[in-house]
Design a protein around this ligand. Structure first.
Ligand SMILES: Cc1cc2nc3c(=O)[nH]c(=O)nc-3n(C[C@H](O)[C@H](O)[C@H](O)COP(=O)(O)OP(=O)(O)OC[C@H]3O[C@@H](n4cnc5c(N)ncnc54)[C@H](O)[C@@H]3O)c2cc1C
Length: 444
């Protein structure tokens, strides 16, 4: 029971940290969950910070394991495909799956975090310390220093797990200690959130799709919310002549959107205010190694491997980390000194694979989704999936609708492309042969 095990410290009560606390408490560990913010269930939501996110199979699989999937899905809005908005003309729908019925789910980040906090709080052995910002960590002793409204406090734990997000203080402490190395690859792009409110109490756009405005250098997406609004996220370079830095005055903002996003303008009455007041978030890929030190301090979720959001997989991947760590603890008989290295061994290549796929997907969403070549490729892909069920599965389906390890998804997709390439080459050779025979026939 919980009293037989030593307390585990989890730093960061975000998505991964809360889920991890639930899994550890179910294993019988007392858990101390430390969070720098006040309790979000009683406070205000931060303005313009990824209000909703797309939850797909990997995240759902993790939630199912703690019996939280149905509660979270009750407010989810399934999105069965992309709705592409050209500058002129009608939007076009592209289904995510060959069957047309598979969906990724738009959910409120805040509601998901609160549901996980409630679930963690309800478990015996979990204590949550809000307003505790980690500012110091000795990885050799597990001694942590926190800044709190009452001043600095120190706590010690036998195992410290950093689930404190992309700017992880735990990772920063390990770095300062010389125990890990990191690389941070920031994109030249940032993001800003804008809102499309309901019209007459109804959604202003189809809520069954993830909306995309692909514009080459910039791109906007919109996901539906349970209150029938949409949260739009504009991705754009942070500096330069065509960038967030280039628009200041209300007139310039209005002109820019009227030119590049004309169908958004009548739907977003607070566009100028949103644009001027919502912050520009940074986007990048975080890599570090190792993910654990001495089997006593570990990193997971964004703290270990933050990725760009273009595959909608960061939180899904962080949840999958928790499931894998739980599995490693099973296999290692709860010996953390073996479980943490095993966890890194199993997850690092997968995190790298989704990091790369997410970067590639940015180019696809920004530049390609509207092109006839891309649309034809999708049609061919769906035809192949129909002709070879289970043998040809698109990358999108494998990433979003399965729990196939991300690294295996990349290997499999490369093999599939090889087969398709061979088939296409074979068809071309056959066509060339037929044309040559026809030519000979005409000459003869
Ligand atoms: C614009 C955008 C859109 C996204 N869309 C999607 C999507 O559609 N689908 C998807 O799966 N993912 C999406 N993501 C990614 C997703 O948000 C992250 O991958 C996910 O939140 C990672 O969870 P985490 O728990 O590791 O980190 P976080 O959610 O960042 O949680 C970290 C927690 O640690 C706390 N903390 C930080 N520092 C300290 C400290 N020093 N002491 C104590 N506590 C601390 C923070 O306050 C926070 O509560 C998106 C990200 C962005 C930026």
């Amino acid at each position: 029971m919980s009293t037989e095990r030593e307390e585990i410290a989890v730093v960061g009560a975000g998505l991964a940290g809360c889920l991890l606390a639930c899994f550890l408490a179910r294993r019988g560990y007392p858990v101390a969950l430390y969070e720098r913010r006040p309790d979000p269930r009683t406070g205000k939501v931060e303005r313009g910070r990824s209000i909703n996110l797309a939850l797909s199979e990997r995240g759902l699989d993790a939630l199912r394991r703690i019996g939280l999937d149905q509660q979270v899905m009750a407010d989810a809005l399934p999105m069965r495909g992309r709705m592409i908005h050209p500058v002129e003309g009608e939007p076009q729908f592209q289904s995510y799956s060959v069957s047309g019925d598979r969906a990724i789910n738009s959910i409120s980040r805040g509601a998901l975090n609160n549901a996980l906090l409630d679930a963690a709080t309800a478990l015996p052995g979990v204590r949550i310390a809000f307003d505790h910002r980690l500012v110091g960590l000795d990885p050799t002793t597990g001694e942590m220093t926190f800044e709190t409204p009452q001043g600095k406090v120190t706590e010690t734990a036998s195992v410290v797990l950093g689930a404190d997000g992309a700017g992880s203080a735990v990772r920063g402490q390990l770095l300062a200690y010389g125990a890990v190395t990191e690389s941070l690859d920031f994109l030249d792009y940032g993001y800003k959130e804008l809102t499309i409110p309901p019209i007459g109490g109804e959604f202003a756009l189809d809520p069954g799709a993830l909306h995309i405005w692909p514009r080459g250098t910039s791109m906007m997406i919109a996901l539906p919310n349970p209150d029938r609004s949409f949260t739009c996220t504009l991705f754009w370079p942070t500096h330069g002549t065509q960038s967030f830095a280039s628009l200041g005055s209300p007139a310039a903002i209005e002109t820019y959107f009227a030119t590049h996003y004309p169908d958004l303008v009548p739907l977003a009455p607070n566009l100028v205010d949103d644009y001027q007041h919502n912050p520009v978030g940074v986007l990048g890929t975080v890599r570090c190694t190792p993910w654990q030190v001495a089997g006593r301090v570990g990193l997971l979720g964004d703290a270990a491997h933050a990725i760009v959001p273009f595959y909608g997989q960061g939180a899904n991947c962080a949840f999958e980390d928790v499931v894998e760590l739980d599995r490693c603890l099973d296999e290692c008989g709860d010996q953390w000194a073996s479980a943490l290295p095993l966890f890194q061994h199993r997850r690092q290549a997968n995190a790298e694979a989704i990091a790369r796929m997410a970067l590639t997907n940015f180019v696809e969403m920004r530049d390609k989704v509207a092109s006839p070549v891309f649309q034809t490729r999708k049609k061919i892909e769906h035809a192949l999936e129909r002709a070879l069920p289970g043998r040809y599965v698109s990358q999108y389906e494998l990433v979003s609708f399965s729990t196939t390890p991300y690294a295996e998804v990349r290997r499999r997709v490369r093999r599939q492309y090889g087969v398709v390439g061979a088939v296409a080459a074979g068809a071309l050779v056959a066509l060339a042969g037929a044309a040559a025979a026809l030519g000979r026939g005409r000459r003869g």
